[in-house]
Design a protein around this ligand. Sequence first.
Ligand code: SAH
Length: 212
Amino acid sequence: MTSTELARQKMIDTLRKKGIDDERVLEVMANIKRHLFVPEELEHRAYEDGPLPIGEHQTISQPYMVAYMTHLLNLTGRERILEIGTGSGYQTAILAQLSAVVFTMERFVTLAQTAKAHFEMLGINNIVQKVGDGTMGWGEEAPFDRIIVTAGAPEIPRIYYAQLAENGILVIPSGSRRIQELKLIEKKQDETITTSKGGCVFVPLIGSQGWK
Ligand code: SAH
């Protein structure tokens, strides 16, 4: 084993210790090289269980949060997913391994371009990217079986409910600018069931239906 493989394996052990027991999610995370998605000068910290800066004042999410949110999406491999907040693309790459196709939106063109280069490098070809305000969703491609938002919303944008398919699942942090609560929303026969999944800290979701 190389030292990065060893570090990655340690990250998986840490996730298990913190309660992640979804073997499909752990297997994918054991194979995706997180160090490719962080700035070169931070590569040595890529397998710590924490967020890291990726430029534009944004962060790559903590591995635990990536694992937990992915687990909550309960993916079978057949889903069409909408992801808001491509950022580094690390979460996107993981989702792509566990679903049919991921439609991902990012506000910053710079981040979207860097993420794109990484998807190409890894040979992942079931990701469709768009630069723009994700608080309006992606009407042309709706409905989605799953929607995941990786930035904190002041309130859950109504449009996500409309763009979620029957039996769909939405995972989104919402709350104040500093601290949020992770919400799991399941759509069943046009009713929605919302469950709180604990506190979390994300960068703000900025847009017409988000923070100004
Ligand atoms: N999952 C990503 C998280 C990146 S941080 C990762 O682990 O790398 C959240 C990202 O959401 C940031 O890149 C930010 O620019 C983006 N973002 C914030 N508001 C947005 C919006 N309205 N539409 C699209 N992207 C948004």
